[in-house]
Every structure is written in C-alpha cells, then in structure tokens.
Design a protein around this ligand. Structure first.
Ligand SMILES: Cc1cc2nc3c(=O)[nH]c(=O)nc-3n(C[C@H](O)[C@H](O)[C@H](O)COP(=O)(O)O)c2cc1C
Length: 353
C-alpha cells in the first residue's frame, strides 16, 4: 500500500513534496508531462530576468559596481555584459507567458514562475502578467553578488526586503524568495521577508563555480550541476531558519539527490525539497524512485502520511551554538567524507606499494 505523500507549500496542495527547481528542463512541455507522471508536486520555470524586462538601468548601484570591477582588472572586466534577450532559454517575456498558459492547461501540477533581478522597480510589474497567465506562485531571486564596497550588509538586505515587499503588493498569488546562503543572520532575514509578505523561502539558490585557469591567469564563472548529496549547506540553512521561529514555508534546495537527502531535509525543517541537478543526471524517473522510497520510509516508521511526518519532526530545543560546541568538544574521531581514489593499486593517498 502506498502512503499519502501529498504536501503543502506556499498554501498550495501538492501531490508530493518533490518540486523540480528552476531550470531549462521545466520549459519543455514533454519533460514537464513526464515529471508530472513521475509524481512531481510542482515545477519552477526557468527564470525571467530583470535585464529582459526593462532597459538596463545604470543606477548608482551598478555604476559603482562597474567602477569597482574596472579597478579589479581583467578578472572581472566582463562581469556586466549586455545580454541579448534571445540568448535566454526562457524564450523572452511573451513566450514565457505563453508557456505558463499552456503548461497550466495541460498539467495538473502547480506552475511556479521565477523572476530574477537585483532591485525593485518597473520590471517587477511583469509579475501581474505572470499571475494573469495562470502561474500558481512566483519564486523571486532578488540578490546579486555585489562587490560594491559602499553597500553595507544592512543595505543589501534592506534592498532585498523592499523588492520582495514591492512584488508581494503587486500580486495575490504567493511569493517565495530564493536566498543566497551568505547572510549574517538568516533567521532575522526570514522574519523580515515574512513581514514583507513572502510565503516561503528557498534555501538556497545556485552559484556558478569559478574555473581558474592557471596557465591563462584568468577566472571564469561556470554554470554546472551540484555534485550529488552535497547537502550540508542546505541542511544548515534550513536548521538556522527553522530554529529562529518564523512560520514560513521552507524549500530545501541544493545537492538533493537521494531519499536520505530528502528525509534529512524534511527532518531539519523543510516542507518540500527542490531537485534540479539529479533530474539532469537521471531524468524524470528519479522523481518516481524518490516518491516510492519516501512512501516506504513513512510506512516503516508508522506515519499515515507525509504531513504526519512534517507535524512530528523534532522541535529544535538546543541552540545551534550548543549543538556545535557539543560535537566540537566531545568528538575524538573525525569523519572524512573524501571519496577514496578508485585506483586499484596503491594506498588511499596514491602511493604505489
Ligand atoms: C542547468 C540549470 C539551470 C538552472 N536555471 C535556473 C534558473 O533559471 N533560475 C534559478 O533561480 N535557478 C536556476 N538553477 C538553479 C536550480 O534551480 C537550483 O537552485 C540549483 O541547481 C540547486 O539545486 P540542485 O542541487 O538540485 O541542482 C539552475 C540550475 C541548473 C543546474
């Protein structure tokens, strides 16, 4: 017998807590159909970008950034490119709205649109059209990797909170915020975003990795998949937000690939999990395998439904500092998760015997 795996996220009823994170796969109707059949609870569309929605406005923030980049020289000289709209895999604003309409008509899953920018402003008004086109919610990524030394951490967070507030005022569908892990106090920010009107947080967004070419003395950002099961930063973020108490929905995102990752995220406080890289690696079938395994886990542990597990997860009663001190001071053997080299000869450091 399969256990009821339906979940609640942003006030939406989902068939399962497995949500497909924003990426180009979710703009392909055939793939979305397969993901729905496999049991995904919802999909997040690839982002539509601020730069596509209004003329690039060189306000003080960006100009200051540019000056700073110039000062750094060739390492970052190309960091602020002019981007042609048709280079985006989302097809541009009109195609984006059409996609929302057609996916809504052909799939029973909630469709979550994604808006990516760095400030509030006119471009956010596109959210109204997203709502009209039939999206069930909007996921907003409103942070950029600023290097402007004149912006302090408070100003960066205030800018984010203002942008989210502006967006929430424009639409009546729920808004979630995809966060970067790099905040001094995630719990405080979560409360601020909740007060600004956000219904949920996604911990965390994806960052390009830096490919530093030693011979060419150059660094370039590379957009790649997350290695399987690299979930510690995700778990840590979920725990930090949950232990600070806001009643906001949480989606765990980053490195989730196995049923162990899914359950660890939920026990730590996530309401749903978002999976992207694993779908690129294993295809939509990965979703069906995870849901089967989740159902088995719930059955083995005596839960009648996924929601029952969510309702019964442990409250965080110790401070994270206390827990960390405990593991730092009481452990005498340390885990090394580095995979052993798979050479057949030699020891694990590669010495030939
Ligand atoms: C190929 C690819 C495309 C992505 N496109 C977007 C995007 O358009 N907008 C966005 O917010 N995140 C995007 N992401 C980030 C994912 O939504 C997700 O946050 C990230 O990959 C972490 O999840 P994962 O470890 O399961 O891959 C993309 C990720 C990948 C791998």
């Amino acid at each position: 017998m399969t256990t009821n795996c339906s979940a609640n996220y942003l006030g939406l009823s989902l068939n399962s807590p497995i949500v497909i994170g924003a990426c180009s796969l979710t703009s392909c109707p055939e793939t979305v159909r397969e993901l729905a059949i496999a049991g995904a609870g919802a999909i997040v569309l690839p982002s539509i970008f601020e730069e596509q929605l209004e003329d690039y406005s060189h306000d003080d923030y960006r100009v200051a950034d540019q000056v700073h980049h110039a000062a750094l020289g060739s390492l970052t000289a190309k960091s602020l490119p002019e981007v042609e709209s048709d280079l985006f895999c989302n097809g541009g604003p009109a195609a984006y709205l059409e996609l929302i309409g057609s996916l809504k008509a052909t799939t029973g899953m909630p469709i979550i649109a994604s808006m990516n920018g760095c400030h509030g402003g006119e471009w956010l008004h596109f959210a109204r059209q997203i709502e009209k086109a039939g999206a069930s919610a909007i996921e907003a990524s409103l942070e950029s990797c600023t290097t402007n030394p004149e912006l302090n951490a408070n100003e960066v967070e205030e800018r984010l909170v203002r942008g989210v507030h502006e967006l929430c005022e424009l639409v009546s569908i729920p808004v979630s915020v995809k966060l970067s892990p790099y905040h001094s106090n995630l719990g405080h920010l979560a409360w601020e975003l909740q007060h600004a009107g956000a219904s949920g947080l996604v911990c965390f967004g994806h960052e390009p990795t830096w490919d530093v070419k030693l011979e060419r003395i150059r660094a370039t950002p590379v957009w790649g998949l997350t290695p399987a099961s690299l979930i510690n930063p995700t778990i840590s973020g979920i725990l930090r937000v949950r232990s600070s108490g806001p009643r906001i929905c949480l989606a765990a995102s980053g490195g989730i690939s196995s049923i162990e990752d899914v359950i660890a995220s939920v026990i730590s406080g996530a309401d749903v999990v978002m999976i992207t890289s694993e779908i690129y690696r294993s295809g939509p079938d990965a979703v069906a395998h995870l849901i089967d395994a989740l159902s088995g886990y719930l059955g083995r542990h005596g839960f009648d439904s996924y929601e029952e597990l969510v309702a019964n997860r442990p409250r965080l009663d110790a401070s994270i500092r206390g827990m960390q001190l405990g593991c730092l001071t009481q452990t005498h053997a340390y885990r090394d998760p580095t995979p052993s080299p798979c050479l057949r000869s030699g020891d694990r450091w590669g010495h030939i015997q």
